[in-house]
Design a protein. Structure first.
Length: 283
């Protein structure tokens, strides 16, 4: 298992080279930059150059970039950044912000980018597919980056809907970032074979708390079973909050143990964790 971490764990702080160095010294090589301002001020060209130099000097793997979807302009106010907004000017403004964040590719290659389609609890509208196609085409043209669409709690971004979009748009090469916390809220039970990367965190089934694994009510043995059966080979990117990097070591150990047990003998694994084989609707 390959583990990484999102800078979202420090979303109350500004992304700096010093912050990235702190994460590296904690043992993380694979880093995802969480590009929501003011946490990551991608408008700052000097910061982008400094980050590029830091990754190069430390010979680290190319980072992934979570594209901006919200800007916290004050403790009480926020601006949603959505490429599916019904108003054209807002869609164009969202794409301008995304392109600003993608200027990082002038300094360092990106492993991939993660894209939100719509906002939480947003209803599905068929025109969303047209807007999504246009946005992804612009992202790929502008930065040449591989795009991973994340499942989020709305009617547009279930795994089934993302797969439908890929089929009707002809963009079969688009990947899925499976977010474990969002999947718990959405009660997703299938489609794990389509995941190519993850965001790993937990919650208590009611709101998006971004807890460390095993701190909420997500059934981790069941989830690992599904990922092993799906032959998942991508990274596990912690997307937790709370600035407690030390919790990552224990979470990694427990997840690795589950993965090893499930990979060694699924029958024994299911017996140990009292897991019934998946039903036909879950396969």
């Amino acid at each position: 298992m390959e583990f990484g971490i999102s800078t979202q764990i420090f979303r109350g702080q500004a992304v700096t080279v010093d912050l990235l160095e702190f994460i590296r010294k904690a043992g993380y090589q694979q880093i995802e930059l969480f590009a929501n301002r003011p946490h990551f001020d991608f408008h700052d060209r000097a910061l982008l150059r400094g980050i590029g130099r830091w990754f190069t000097e430390n010979e680290l793997p190319a980072p992934s970039l979570h594209l901006p979807f919200i800007e916290n302009v004050s403790p009480e106010a926020k601006i949603w950044i959505s490429v599916l907004d019904p108003e054209r000017r807002r869609r164009e403004g969202a794409m301008d912000e995304i392109k600003r964040s993608l200027e990082l590719v002038d300094q360092i290659p990106l492993a991939y980018v993660v894209l939100h389609l719509g906002n939480p609890r947003e209803a599905f509208n068929p025109v969303s597919f047209d807007y999504a196609y246009s946005a992804i085409a612009q992202i790929r043209s502008f930065a040449g980056a591989e795009v991973m669409v994340e499942n989020i709690p709305n009617e547009i971004s279930t795994i089934e809907r993302i797969q439908e979009f890929k089929k009707v748009s002809g963009l079969e090469e688009i990947g899925i970032c499976y977010d474990t916390g969002h999947g718990h809220l959405q009660q997703l039970t299938k489609g794990f074979e389509h995941a190519r990367t993850t965001h790993v965190h937990d919650n208590n089934g009611e709101k998006d708390e971004h807890l460390w694994p095993f701190e909420g009510t997500l059934d981790w043995p069941r989830l690992i079973e599904k990922l092993v059966l799906a032959k998942y080979e991508g990274p596990f990117i912690f997307e937790c909050r709370g600035e407690e990097l030390s919790k990552g070591s224990e979470a990694k150990d427990r997840l690795e143990e589950l993965w090893y047990e499930a990979s060694s003998s699924m029958d024994e694994y299911r017996l140990k964790y009292n897991l019934e084989p998946p039903t036909s609707t879950e396969e």
